[in-house]
Design a binder for this molecule. Structure first.
Ligand code: SF4
Length: 658
């Protein structure tokens, strides 16, 4: 690969400054963490990215928990997490571990603790790892604002130190590892009052506990910063690394997106959050949280890890002379608008139909356009693409009013309305008959030289279609955006990803990680996924909209924030999620939280408009945002009650009858 030379290469100290959250923005380099031992499992440093998952059985049901754990291990799980809500369950971890060993499995176990320090102290003596949530280990969350000055805040930290130190000492004594696992949704009132509902608050929440561990000389620690909002999650991990570096620490990172949901949405959301960080070399272990059987999570985590494992470090991407992106706060790149692309327009979706034999009305159905012959009318779905790229094909019917057609320059039908050309750099330089409103210019990073960029700066009818095909795809595409930004070139950009002959799940995960990783930093005014022999047309179209939804850059459907369930779950989460989805999937933009228990539920779904939370056996409470509005509804009436609540608040629309 040959690149033009970049002017104004930064000084070493400036480059160091922009790389505070990762080792390199152009080459692939893992953040070098310290090695942690979880029983026989080594994590961090040069060890492979470890795969883990969590049981959903009742922890008191030893047989069921062991059997589910074994299914998880057979599916690739290297660390089994089991909830221990009280002392009883913590004590039963001994039986689970013994049964586990008796069956010939030595996979380490992690006890998941919320609120109950004495359960943690029991578990620390029995299993290889304990996870604590700093938001609720010694604090509570009642959505109260508390006024602190420096002195009173320090007193609180001393109180936490007293509460937490016994566990740290036990872990140290028994060689037990610990995860300090912050969740965006369960930040304590103390942290929220001091730092707000921010990535900074998440980081401080963990750092307070981490500093106590360091003071005790205990270092067998892993950290996590989970959120269901992928932007918040990515920013929090980056800030955590920056903060650790500032304090001379390098603990391994456990990556996860909480309440990612199920099926395609859950996979896309997880890949956007986890994949973005992995691409920058961050992450030592992965847990994908799906509202599915836990063994379904491991292959997904494995595919994400495999995407970067063994990747060569040198990318050939030129170094950066100035980093114009704030990695800790979302800001969309400034662009001008070309028709409906760029500026404040939501990112567009281009569908690639160039490989089709011909373009027909029926062929648009998977892309959200259904033509009714008797009515001679188009029906346009929520997931209707904005443009179709047809290559050298022609469209011999009247296209819907919301659709544009993109054609190769050589076969572009100039006289047809809403037909636009796509040109190569050479065609762009020679052509004198471009469309006066919109033209797509297909480029790679190597094409972005000074001369082309200055022409782009003078244009108002060009949209770039940028593609990269190396294994460093995300970094290469990001480098192209950086080049444009550093030259104050505000041309809109559509990101193109080509994924041919991949199996469906791999396509979902790879495209979400590569393209999502850019959108999360505000880069990109549209996406086009080319996926010949990789998935059905409808699946690829849904994937494009799914990535935009998961990065919160274009909302086109109902969002479900559903927990993966665990031993605390009070109802059948998978079945309930399916029932709620069936009734509400047409409520575009509405966010519904579905949480298995009250312990974590209200906090974890902090982002949701409505919440459905298990609060007792057979009992559900409903939330409007953070407030509980209906309590202890019998499970069989709860979905209807949720619909009534949505209606009361004016968010209901009747579904369109097909
Ligand atoms: S919200 Fe769900 S996964 Fe989280 S503790 Fe409760 S039941 Fe378990």
């Amino acid at each position: 690969m040959s690149f033009f030379t970049f002017a104004n290469i930064m000084t070493v100290s400036e480059i160091h400054d922009i790389k505070k959250y990762c080792e390199s923005l152009t080459d692939f380099k893992r953040f070098r963490t310290r090695e942690v031992s979880i029983g026989k499992l080594k994590m961090g440093a040069d060890n492979p990215i470890r795969i883990q998952s969590m049981t959903t059985t009742d922890t008191m049901d030893t047989q069921a928990t062991v059997e589910q754990s074994i299914r998880m291990i057979e599916a690739g799980c290297e660390l089994v997490r089991i909830t221990a809500p009280s002392k009883r369950e913590a004590e039963n971890l001994k039986n689970i571990k013994n049964e586990f060993r008796a069956r010939g499995y030595d996979t380490p176990i992690c006890a998941d603790i919320h609120f109950t320090p004495n359960a943690a102290e029991i578990a620390a003596k029995l299993v290889e790892k304990v996870r604590v949530n700093p938001g609720n280990y010694a604090d509570s969350k009642k959505f109260k604002t508390i006024e602190y000055n420096d002195e009173s805040y320090q007193e609180e930290l001393e109180r936490i130190r007293k509460r937490f130190t016994p566990l740290v000492r036990l872990c140290k004594e028994h060689g037990t590892a610990m995860r300090i696992g912050t969740n965006h949704g369960s930040l304590s009132d103390r942290i929220l009052s001091r730092y707000g509902d921010t990535p900074k608050g998440m980081v401080e929440s963990a750092m307070e506990f981490l500093r106590i561990c360091e003071d005790e000389g205990f270092h067998n620690i892993v950290l996590s910063m989970k959120a269901s909002n992928t932007q918040v999650m990515v920013q929090a991990y980056r800030l955590l690394v920056q903060q650790m570096k500032a304090e001379g620490m390098n603990y391994p990172l456990h990556l996860g997106v909480t309440e990612a949901g199920e099926g395609e949405d859950g996979r896309i959301k997880s890949a956007v959050g986890i994949g973005t960080l992995l691409e920058d070399g961050l992450g030592d272990t992965i847990r994908v949280s799906l509202t599915e059987e836990p063994e379904a999570e491991c292959p997904v985590a494995e595919q994400l890890a495999n995407k970067v494992e063994g990747r060569k470090s040198e990318s050939g991407i030129p170094p950066i002379d100035h980093y114009p992106i704030d990695p800790f706060a979302y800001q969309r790149r400034t662009t001008y608008s070309v028709l409906n692309i760029g500026d404040h327009n939501v990112p567009v979706v281009l569908a690639d139909l160039s490989g089709k034999q011909n373009i027909s009305q029926a062929g648009l159905f998977p892309f959200g356009y259904r033509y009714s012959v008797p009515l001679d009318k188009w029906n346009i779905a929520d997931l209707a693409c904005d443009y179709i790229f047809v290559g050298d094909k022609q469209v011999d019917f009247e296209i819907p009013g919301t659709l544009g057609v993109v054609q190769d320059y050589a076969t572009w039908e100039r006289s047809k309305a809403r037909h636009y050309p796509i040109v190569s750099v050479k065609e762009f330089e020679l052509a004198n008959d471009l469309h006066d409103k919109l033209n797509f210019l297909s480029v790679n990073l190597v094409d972005l030289n000074e001369s082309l960029i200055s022409k782009l700066k003078d244009s108002s009818n060009i949209v770039l279609l940028i593609e990269a095909n190396s294994e460093h795809r995300m970094a290469e595409l990001r480098r192209a955006f950086i080049e444009l930004m550093n030259h104050d070139c505000n041309v809109p950009v559509v990101i193109k990803g080509s994924y041919h002959k991949l199996e469906e799940e791999k396509l979902q995960l790879y495209a979400s990680a590569d393209i999502g990783g850019l959108l999360i930093d505000g880069l990109g005014d549209g996406i086009m996924i080319s996926a010949a022999e990789s998935g059905s047309d409808a699946m690829v179209n849904a994937l494009s909209f799914g990535i935009l939804q998961a990065t919160r850059t274009r909302i086109s459907k109902t969002e479900y924030i559903s927990c993966p369930s665990c031993g605390r779950t009070l109802f059948d989460l998978q079945e309930t999620t399916a029932r709620i989805r069936e009734r509400t999937s047409h409520l575009k933009g509405v966010k519904i939280g579905i949480m298995g228990c009250i312990v974590n539920g209200p906090g974890e779904m902090a982002d949701a408009d409505y919440g459905y939370v298990g609060t007792g056996v057979g009992k559900i409470s409903l939330y409007k945002e953070k407030e509980v509005v209906k309590r202890a509804i019998p499970t069989e009436e709860a979905v209807d009650a949720l619909i009534d609540l949505i209606k009361e608040h004016g968010d209901w629309v009747e579904p369109v009858q097909e």
